[in-house]
Structure formats: C-alpha cells, structure tokens
Write a protein that binds this ligand. Sequence first.
Ligand SMILES: C[S@@+](CC[C@H](N)C(=O)[O-])C[C@H]1O[C@@H](n2cnc3c(N)ncnc32)[C@H](O)[C@@H]1O
Length: 403
Amino acid sequence: MATPADTVTDRSNSAVPDIEALATPTLDERGRQRFCSALRRFAIQDMPERLQQDFEERVKPAREAKGERLDTARAIDAALAGEDSYRFYSVLRYNAQEMCFLSVQEPVERALPEMIEVARDAAERSPAGGTLRLDPALEVPRYVTALDVHLTPGCFHSEYADDDVAQGAVVSLGARVFTASMNHRSWGGVAKVISRWVKHARPDFRPLRILDLGTSSGKNLLPYVEAFPGAEAYGVDVAAPLLRYGHALAEHEGVPIHFSQQNAETLDFPDGHFDLIVSSFFFHEIPVKATRRVLKECRRLLQPGGMMVHQELPATGLVDAWEDYFWNWDTDNNNEPFYTAFRAEDPIALCVEAGFDRDRCFAQILPDVNAYPDRHGAFGWDEPGRPRHGKGGWYVFGSSLAD
Ligand SMILES: C[S@@+](CC[C@H](N)C(=O)[O-])C[C@H]1O[C@@H](n2cnc3c(N)ncnc32)[C@H](O)[C@@H]1O
C-alpha cells in the first residue's frame, strides 16, 4: 500500500522537464551565438553569390581566353582554388561553422549534470509512452568515429560521462545556432515538408508505423506523429548521447517515440514492419556502399503499399556546374568526405539496385512549408520557377511499393 511519503514522491505521471531549456547562455554567450548565426548565414548565403559573380566576370573569361573549359564542378574548383575571393569565402565559412558549435559548449558544460538527470528520469519513467533502447555493444561505424563530422567537436557518438547527453545538446543547440532557428520544433521543417507532400500525393495513405533513419535527437521525426495521428514512430541512430537527449525531449513534449541505438545498415526489425521510412541529412554522411545496404534494409522493412522518402542533397546530374561546385565544398572542408561520391550517384538507380521498381521511384524538389504555404505538390524538375534545394525547396528521393 502506498504511504503518504510514496504518494508525494510518485512522479510517474509528471511531465519531464525541458532538457533544451537547461543550457541557458549568459548574456555574453547569447551575443556570441547571435554573432555566429549571422556570420554563418553571411558566409553560406551571401558570399557564394559574390564568389559566383567574381568567377563569371573575372576568373572564367580570363581562363577561357586561354582555351580552358570551365563547365564542371571540378574545373571550377581548380580555377578558384588559389583565388583570394575563394580563400576568403572558404576560411570564413569553415570558421563560422566551427564557431556555431563552440558557442554552445560552455552553457552545455554548466548544465550537463542536470541534463543527465533529466534524461535518466525520462528513461526510467517515459510518461509519454516512448522507449529508449541502447546497445552498449554496438560497434559505431568508423565513418562516424574517425572524424568530427561537419566540424562538430566530439561528433555524434562521444561519451565523457555515464549516461552522457552532452553531444545531443551540442549537436542540437549548435545546429540551432547555425540555422538561426529559435527552438527544437522550428527545426523540424523537413518532416513538415515531406509529411505535407505525402498527404497531398496519397490522401488515403495511413501509415501505422514510421521509421526515421539517422534520427539524431528526432527533431525531424516528431512532426510525422502530428501529421499521422496514432502512428507509431521509431527513430534509429548509432549515437547514444543523441538518443538519450532526443528521448528526453520527446517525453517532455508528450510525444511517444521509440528510439533505438542501431546501425541502419542492419536493423533488428522484422520484414515488412513499416509503412513509411524517412530520413533527413543522412545519406551524404555515410559511404555509398553503406547507402546501398541501408536502401536494401528499407526494401526489406517496407510492407506492400509502403513508401520511403529521403531528404538529401541534389544529385550531380540534376544541377548545373556552379550548384554542383557549391555543394561539394563540404567534402574537403567540412569533414563530410562522402558528399561528392554520394551526389555523383543516380538516386533512382540506387533504389532500383536495392529492389525497388523504377517506375515507382522519384527524385524531386518539394516546396518548403514557409516559402510556399499554399503549394503542396512537388515541383517538376524543369518547371519554371522551381526553387533550389535549401532555398524554398527540399530535394527528396525515394520509392513506394505496390499494394
Ligand atoms: C546529420 S545527422 C541527421 C540529423 C537528423 N536526421 C535531422 O534531420 O536532424 C546524421 C545522423 O546519422 C547518424 N548515423 C550515421 N551513420 C549511421 C548509421 N549507419 N546508422 C544509424 N545512424 C547513423 C549520426 O549519428 C547522426 O546522428
């Protein structure tokens, strides 16, 4: 029988505190974060336009006068590599990226003991009904452990304390600084874009189980639960700190999500377990041979009538030489060595190779929810006014299975 003291300490139904709110920056730290946001925005949005102008008006005519052809990303890269305009842009972009993550580290360190407590409490109680399944024996792939992906200090997987969540916080809050988003939820935009399009393209589709690959802390998984009420949501990632952090966030929000630490190349779910499989910002971070294995897993895990939609970087064959050159900067400069190789693949051929029917595969640009609130359908690739990936549109590829 419960004693009065037990009743007072029974928190089994109480809300999980907001783990994101704990790493409160001081006024100075906040100022630094705002500066980093503005610097990165300038470096990644404004400077490439100036660089392109310099290339078109000065570098290209001079080189072409000597008989060179500058119609591929590789040729543009070679022509610009030694130019001051490129070097200034590249150095600024590199440092802005790194500084965004560094700007959240101190507030995270101060709040870490409390964050770990919140995440432990969430894992013990899971009042929203989600789950957290970690596998300490999982071998995190070398393509994650070998370098600090996109210059995130400590990458995704590093653990410095028992039940550590520090990397969850650094990845999530750092990305908030570099995208200048206000909070965890406003950064779930890709999932809103994809779910809106899926509902528009297939009004009768009612997924019962949804899987997000490389879910990180699940910010691009939560919106699917809202778009498809009642669906069970599963997120897999190799990095335990991100999953602990994501689980605490989802439990705080009252959204039941089933997080598990698994390699997406070999998942432990049974065949045909999912109706909808999604991912965002994932494949360009893994080697192409791993992509092939993951897509085969998607084929195995989808049930008839199911669908997979992956948000990614546009393939080389779909963009002009300048855009191609712009995207590949990360390969050599941002610790994302698989960018160029992934983009060089034909995503539809990859899906076909994994067992999907070519006629049911797609690679297209979806309208961003904020840029096109009234437009729900995908843009045709040759449609006039089609937005670029990341500028009013999001590139996705995928496939579906027949009923
Ligand atoms: C850029 S993050 C993706 C972020 C997230 N999908 C989003 O939209 O915010 C890439 C994620 O993939 C995870 N990852 C890398 N290789 C993986 C693999 N083989 N299996 C599962 N997750 C993996 C990383 O740990 C990291 O969290």
